[in-house]
Design a protein around this ligand. Sequence first.
Ligand SMILES: Nc1nc2c(ncn2[C@@H]2O[C@H](COP(=O)(O)OP(=O)(O)OP(=O)(O)O)[C@@H](O)[C@H]2O)c(=O)[nH]1
Ligand SMILES: [Mg+2]
Ligand SMILES: [Zn+2]
Length: 297
Amino acid sequence: MISGILLKGYSGFYYVFAEGRVWECSLRGRFRIRNQEFLPGDRVKILPGTGNKGTIEEVETRRNSLVRPTIANVDQAFLVFACVSPTPDLNLLDRLIVQVAASQIKPIIILNKIDLGSLEEKNTAGNTFPADGLDFYRELGYELVKVSTKTGEGLAELQEHINGKVNVLAGPSGVGKSSLVNALSPGLELKTGDVSRKLKRGRHTTRHVELMVCGEGLLADTPGFSSLYLPHMKREELTDYFREFQDAGECRFADCQHHKEPNCAVKAAMEAGEIQQSRYEHYCQFLEEVIAAERRY
Ligand SMILES: Nc1nc2c(ncn2[C@@H]2O[C@H](COP(=O)(O)OP(=O)(O)OP(=O)(O)O)[C@@H](O)[C@H]2O)c(=O)[nH]1
Ligand SMILES: [Mg+2]
Ligand SMILES: [Zn+2]
């Protein structure tokens, strides 16, 4: 038997990457009987048959899994946003950071479509972004790669992050996830499309999660989404995902939730401009959601 990684399931077949090539596999009967759900990224053992055919004999316990996008055992998640069209949804970005970090997956922020100009230039009217665009995430310790699938800028840097790892693209519809896969692996020719104003999603919007071989790594294209529930957690855990709050100093109450308490150092740091307002606002919103969810469990 040989070990491999499930790329996708399609029409009753499972495509497994093992020993440098793709195997078209069927399932051993007991998996069908148990009605076991497989996810792209699942580690499997296959029995090779003739040609590229094989059978999935075993599946390993998952190291991690994400709900949105639905995938297992990834090392790294690229949180993809466009600098314009559509403008970045920072609430979704902060949610994704929480979801991914809570599953011990490393997030890397991708800002695509930089050929269309920088965020600052587009920011004059109704400015909801910080003056430095998304650059402040770098100061928070997150990696940020600026790319354009049209000019090729940043793609070599992105490929280096992909190599040797299992990676997933996550983000809203129309930001250019499928275009990125095409730009990195031109042979794949995935369908991409303009975001239709009426439907608010791409015309050739991606509908399935699929891992693909991309240079020396694996990369999953996924359907875009605009809403995301936070993972289940205790309210105290939320500050783990807002690292900058740790440097704010001492609050009056040792168990301060940095929400409505008086003499809160985090709130003071936000008012002094040391913590981004958007980050603080999202934290407060997420905290309310986590507390509401606590009651349901
Ligand atoms: N100007 C510019 N347009 C881009 C760039 N990358 C992608 N696009 C365009 O953005 C649109 C959406 O691209 P897709 O790759 O389909 O977006 P997606 O993220 O896969 O969308 P979903 O599959 O719906 O989640 C297409 O019209 C692309 O041509 C870029 O770097 N610059
Ligand atoms: Mg797509
Ligand atoms: Zn506080």
